[in-house]
Design a protein around this ligand. Sequence first.
Ligand SMILES: [Zn+2]
Ligand SMILES: [Zn+2]
Length: 251
Amino acid sequence: MDRIVFLGTAGGRASVFRFLRRSGGFLLWLSGKLVHVDPGPGAFVYLHQLGIDPKSIDLVVLSHIHLDHSSDVNAVIESATDGGNIRNVALFAPKSAFEGDSRVVLPFIRKRLAQEGFLEERRELSYKDLVVKAVMRHTHHEAETYALLFNERILYVSCALYEERMLEFYPKNVELMIINTTLYKKTKPIDHLTVGDAKKLIEHLKPKKAILTHFGYEFLMKHDPKVVAEELSKRHNLPVVSAEDFMEVRL
Ligand SMILES: [Zn+2]
Ligand SMILES: [Zn+2]
C-alpha cells in the first residue's frame, strides 16, 4: 500500500541539532517500492526502531547536502546493501553530494550502489518503478537544492528561498505536496520557506493535500504547527496537516 512515514520533522540547524524533534527525512512507499528521502541525523536508528528493514529500501534521494538532510546517507546505504552484499539500491542526489570538497557520500559507499543519478533542474531519473523529477533548482544558501516530484504524484518542496518561478515550475493539482516550512515568518534574511510562502504555494498550485514539515527552532518554540495547518486547511478548503515524528499518511 502506498504511504509515507515521517522519521523526523525538525528542520534547520537550530531545531535539528538541539533535538527539538527528530530528524531523518521521510519514507515513501510508491508502486511497491521504498524511497528514503533526506536521511538526516538519526535516520538509521529510526528505521530500526520502526521495524523497517533497511534492506527493503530501493532508492535513497538527497534534495541537498546540508547535514540535516544527509548525515546518515552512508549508514543507510551501508545497511540497505547489507554492507555491500546486495547491489539493489540507487542514490539520486545533486552532483555536489558525490563529488568535490563538500561531498557527503563516501567513495566506498558509492561503489555499493546499483545506480547513481545526478539531479538537475528538469531532469527525470528513474529506477525500478520509481521516477523522480527535479522540477526546480532552489536558491538555498549556495547548496545545490531541488524540489522533487515522485511518480508524478508527490511533490517535495525542499528548503528554499521563496521565488515566484516556483508557481511556474511546480506542477498543479498534485496528490500531495510536502512543504519544508522551516519558518513561521522571516525575522532575518535566510533562505527558508515561511508559513506565508506555503500559503502562496497551496493557493496557486492547489494540491489535493499538503503536509507541512521541517520545522525550525523559532517556529516550534513560539507557535503550534498544528494550529497553523488547521488555519490553512480552513482558508484553502483542502486538507493541510502538520507532520509529527513517526506520522504515517496513507496515499
Ligand atoms: Zn533543511
Ligand atoms: Zn538546507
